[in-house]
Design a binder for this molecule. Sequence first.
Ligand SMILES: NC(=O)c1ccc[n+]([C@@H]2O[C@H](COP(=O)([O-])OP(=O)(O)OC[C@H]3O[C@@H](n4cnc5c(N)ncnc54)[C@H](O)[C@@H]3O)[C@@H](O)[C@H]2O)c1
Length: 420
Amino acid sequence: MKPNTIRVGIIGTGNRGITCIGRQIAAQASELNITITALCNRTQKRMEVALGDLNEAAKAADNPPFTPTFYSDPKNLINDDQVDLIVITTATASHLEAAIPAILSGKKVYLDKPIAHTIEDSVAIREAEAQADNPIIMGFTRRYEKPWTDLHALIKSGVIGDLKMMLIRAVLPYSFYFQTWHRTRALSGGALNDKGSHYTDVFNWFAGNTRCLQTNAFGGRNVFKQRDDAPEFCSECDDQSCAYRAEQARPDTQDQHRGAVDDAISANADASQRKDNCVYKKGADILDHASIHYQYDNGIVASIFYSIYGPQAEDEETLELVGTQGRIILTRLKGEIDVITDYGEKSHQVIHCKAEAFETSHFGADRQLVQDIAAFARGSQSVVNGWFGMEATRMAIAAIQSIDQGGQTIRMSDLADSSA
Ligand SMILES: NC(=O)c1ccc[n+]([C@@H]2O[C@H](COP(=O)([O-])OP(=O)(O)OC[C@H]3O[C@@H](n4cnc5c(N)ncnc54)[C@H](O)[C@@H]3O)[C@@H](O)[C@H]2O)c1
């Protein structure tokens, strides 16, 4: 190993930890002087599959294979003196269990979003971060995605005047949320926490030095309604015409959730760990659509127009920003920003700003994220810390609470919060 190599330990060797982040570490290991020295998962089999994937990616990039130590208990990986940077990519309800000891160890910590499945866990993780004075770096992918960072710089330069309104339109083909552990709030905090926390974080990032005051929201379940005749798993079902069969998942998906199916799809004794639960079977308590409104204390308003039964489409996710002198629309899948400035009098421009590796996971964001976590491990500032993680989940769960209460306004000051 070269001097000053960053030694990474990954806790949670599933889709996110391996397909997105681990593979990008493998692809950039020599350039970034980074390696993987430990893996931790509940099941040995999953680590073996993960190591195979990692070493395939390393080989493709002409990098040497990894020979990590395997752990089943996160604490043992955290205490391994061959680990400098701890990457936590377990299912969301298990974040706290690894995050708090990792933060308190004083090592560098990457924690994926959402920070947790409840407001209480979110606050506890943020409190640990503040008390240990050990800022973590979080996985809000859009913070690492070129069109979004370019757009943020444009807004700060004042091209549309003062920012006043934000809208994220997310009409997504994300039926997998009803097939995996995401299907219960107890494990994910809800699909709106899983996906919506990206969006509330974008709002907080763009809104700048202000805080969300209140929210109200409407939503529910339109498509993935419980059916009494639903089978347990797609593998037990003969209905080849079902649009939501796990096997019919998009092979070309950028998010690649549907890719990590190996033994988990058909052999796991714990149904919540499988990825082929029937979308219509009982037990799911998450929502499949919502219309959400937020108000900030400086008057900015922001909305999320959200469904997870959308078709595949190039405009499935857009961000629209309205300022006092113009408006901007970012279309994620096109890597494109459409800008109208000067009150529409002089300028209408379309800026093509795809990242260099746009075809890789999260439109090139995971490649950039690994570069940023390597810099973070060497002492650079965190791109996005645990306070933002906590606030994003407080806002997402506040919206779910509003929906549960028939659209009642939820004041953020009534929810648990960190004193730091
Ligand atoms: N930043 C992003 O854009 C993005 C994208 C996908 C997922 N995620 C997040 O990454 C996390 C993981 O999601 P995923 O899609 O990889 O799920 P996954 O089910 O594919 O992988 C999670 C893994 O964690 C393991 N695990 C669970 N609890 C554990 C524990 N206590 N100790 C050790 N291992 C444990 C599971 O066995 C599984 O292998 C979630 O929080 C999710 O929201 C973020």
